[in-house]
Design a protein around this ligand. Structure first.
Ligand SMILES: Cc1ncc(COP(=O)(O)O)c(C=O)c1O
Length: 418
């Protein structure tokens, strides 16, 4: 195992937690659509001495001395990000996806300006205008949703919502939307009302750079993404902007919103960008989608209702109502069986976000363990068994044993090759 001996000897309590988490990652099926297994190299950079350095500012323009090495690594991360996405400008400092979005709003808007985004219960993120989030408190958000019949985006309806609401910014890119996004169409809609376009590809960035989903970079004013989901880097985020927004975006991050950048995380982002530019990453991205489609078909064949009838990306939403379960109950049953997913609202959901009628299932993490389309049949079998046995603790324990014996046969990046 990779818990360093220094941690074991100096703080056994924390070391035990890390060991337990390593075991959980190995023995369970991690199907949370926003999670992944970072490589040993990404983990090594994250755990490096770069954590010690203060470097407020940007390369060559810092407020501290001694930044020559962190300047080099941040410049490398920026250059790699630009090359990876084909972007004019990159900022690799945002600590999280939420902060990357906050900086995008501050770069393009004034408090009180109107923004149009996808509503939370149809797949948008909290930072896309939820009233409990800074975005909904500081800006006037209007929302679009998916078509009630197809459960997919209706671009004509989005265009009409934009025409009526007259936003200064339109947000596309989602947390729980299983279909391809037409970024060119969103650009047309934004142009028709003279609005900026923000593409938040936090979830699908790995698919974008792996050519498994169209890129928003040539269409959006600003593209934000986390680095820890399909991109398989460290926890953190970044933004890509057109060069005319570069200065505004940079100052919206620092000094407006953050202090010192996390240089260890920026170094790990550089490592992840280099991994993502390799040809194997394209195979990985393609495999994520193939696995998601295979899993979705197998679940449908097992009697589950897949929202929108399938998936084009790394995730699917499953409506648990036909099985007589809430999302919360399904999540708990699956967890008892060693299958880790999250409850999720589905379009038109009558339940609260803490209960929900659906679950969200994603394939990025199991694909990192080199599971293939045929393995998805097995995974679907475990899922269907677990939801059908939701009230049977003995059956769930039996499934958990089978899941653990299946899962432990697969390589765990970051642990097995440490
Ligand atoms: C679309 C989208 N944007 C932003 C975020 C926020 O990222 P973070 O959790 O790093 O703040 C997420 C996270 O799930 C997301 O799905």
């Amino acid at each position: 195992m990779v818990v360093p001996s220094s941690l074991l000897s100096s703080d056994p309590a924390v070391a035990r937690v890390v060991e337990a988490e390593e075991r959980r990652l190995r023995e369970n099926l991690v199907l949370i659509a926003s999670e992944n297994y970072a490589s040993a190299a990404v983990l090594a950079a994250t755990g490096s001495v770069l954590t010690n350095k203060y470097a407020e500012g940007y390369p060559e323009r810092r407020y501290y001395a001694g930044t020559e090495h962190v300047d080099a690594v941040e410049s490398l991360a920026i250059d790699r990000a630009k090359e990876l996405f084909g972007a004019e400008h990159a900022n690799v400092q945002p600590h999280s996806g939420s902060q990357a979005n906050m900086a995008a709003y501050f770069a393009l808007l004034k408090p009180g300006d109107r923004v149009l985004g996808m509503s939370l219960d149809h797949g948008g993120h909290l930072t896309h205008g939820s009233p409990v989030n800074f975005s909904g408190k500081l800006f006037e958000f209007g929302h679009y949703g998916v078509d009630p019949e197809t459960e997919q985006l209706d671009y004509d309806a989005v265009a009409q919502a934009a025409e009526e609401f007259k936003p200064k910014l339109i947000v596309c890119g989602y947390t729980a939307y299983p279909r391809e996004i037409d970024f060119a169409r969103f650009r047309e809609i934004a142009d028709s009302v003279d609005a900026y376009l923000l593409a938040d590809v936090a979830h699908i960035a790995g698919l974008v750079v792996g050519d498994a989903h169209p890129s928003p970079v040539q269409h959006a004013d600003i593209v934000t993404t986390t680095t820890h989901k399909t991109l398989r880097g460290p926890r953190g985020a970044m933004a890509l902007t057109r060069s005319d927004h570069a200065r505004k975006y940079n100052s919206a991050v620092f000094p407006n919103m953050q202090g010192g950048p996390m240089m260890h995380s920026i170094a790990a982002k550089a490592v992840a960008f280099n991994e993502a530019v390799q040809p194997e990453f394209k195979q990985y991205a393609t495999q994520i989608v193939q696995n998601a489609q295979a899993l979705s078909s197998a679940l449908a064949a097992g009697g589950l209702r897949i929202v929108s009838g399938g998936t084009d990306n790394h995730l699917m939403l499953v409506d648990m109502r036909p099985m007589g379960l809430t999302g919360k109950a399904a999540e708990a049953a699956m967890h008892a069986a060693g299958i880790v997913v999250n409850k999720n609202t589905i379009p038109g959901d009558p339940e609260s976000p803490m209960v929900t009628s659906g679950i969200r299932i994603g394939t990025p993490a199991v694909t990192s363990r080199k599971m293939s389309v045929s393995d998805m049949e097995t995974v679907a079998g475990f899922i269907v068994d677990a939801v059908k046995s939701a009230n049977d603790e003995v059956a769930l324990a039996r499934i958990k044993t089978a899941v653990s014996s299946f899962a432990t046969d697969f390589h765990v990046p970051g642990l097995d090759d440490a």
